[in-house]
Design a protein around this ligand. Sequence first.
Ligand code: SF4
Length: 448
Amino acid sequence: MENIQMLLKQGAVGRPCAPIVKVGDKVERGQLIATPTGLGAPVHSSVSGVVEYITEDRIVIKPDENQSKDYVKVEGADNLELITNAGIVGQGGAGFPTAIKIKANLDHGYILVNASECEPGLAHNIQQIDEDPETLIRGIKYVAEIAGADKGIIAIKKKHKAVIEKLDALLANEPMIERHLLPDIYPMGEERAVVRECLGIELEPTQLPSAANAVVINSETVYSCAKAIEDKKPLIDKNITVRGKIVGGSDAHVFMDVPVGTSVATLIEMAGGIDGDFGEIIMGGAFTGSATTMSAPITKATGAILVTAPFQNLEAKKLGILVCACGGNLNRMMDLAAKYNGEVTHICYCKQAQLQKNGSRKCERPGNCPGQVKNNLDFKKAGCEYIIIGNCSDCSNTVMASAPQMGLQVLHQTDHAMEAVGHDKYRQLTVSKSVDQDLNVVDNVEVE
Ligand code: SF4
């Protein structure tokens, strides 16, 4: 078994934890090995073994030959303390500490469960709900009690008909929990989009869901809370979707309870190995993930490993970049432009991609496009032949309403990943995005 790498910072937010073990120490699965130094959550070993070495950013553990599913149980005086001590973080994105998020003091508020599995091609969240909807319901009740909520709403995409039927049968006896259907577009899982869809309240980019008397929590995170409370289990295992250019086809490979710290290479090997030439490996979804390496470890917040199709060669072509707040940031888009081998001559931001104090961008109205004609005109004036866009479904639609007519060839940030997972490329919606209608996202534009 390969060495397990436990990163001291397990998500995008917070500070690195401080190791409390030293080289040569014997550790058990579930043992606390690093504690927060600020905003963060404790880190527990996902295997039993010996600490091989410690660097600035990780603790590397050589696993014992024989591993057990057992673990060192966490302790806590109440449910919130159990979630805190179990190191639960949000498993749908940035890895924000869950105990802090749910200590919300809502006034008869709402727990909005994000079961949208918003990134295209991912399947582990829905599979977990399909296999065990009962634990999700118990988890919602635990979280609601801590947060001061008296209502739970499960936000799930309408396309998951079989799972919805299963949930509905259980929810018939659960007066405090209902479900809300979402359209199959990106970014339905964005926190403020979930609030808007479920409660009809539009939040400002700077407002948290608490401003709508709500907490938004990813479905896998709810399960982890339930396991921390019922089984005293720390967050040491993660559900992962591996997909793309994998031997055997592009279907999703879902692995449940993979030890945190497992390498990308091991997961790809478990799925069947890479099938021929590929472009890059993405850790996370095609919109919000970034390029990774075979040796990188998964964290508590990792949802997917995607092996993409090769990049088209745009050598000597002038490229424009259109940055969306809900897609890749400028660094990620520049990384893609370099992999396409093009020359970036102009950069635009969607006008709703509002700059935040910390330098990140947030969308003013996720999934509701302001129109992109002005940006397309600017690209044209700058002499761009191609543009790479990172826009949401609705905004890609409005890019396509004018770019091809101006002679701009459009590539989407996710194209190479969508090709590899067998998903239509993000170009034009053919119908309204109402949940009462089925959506068809088509690739109807020639980009060669
Ligand atoms: S409106 Fe703009 S910033 Fe918001 S999701 Fe769409 S493209 Fe992104």
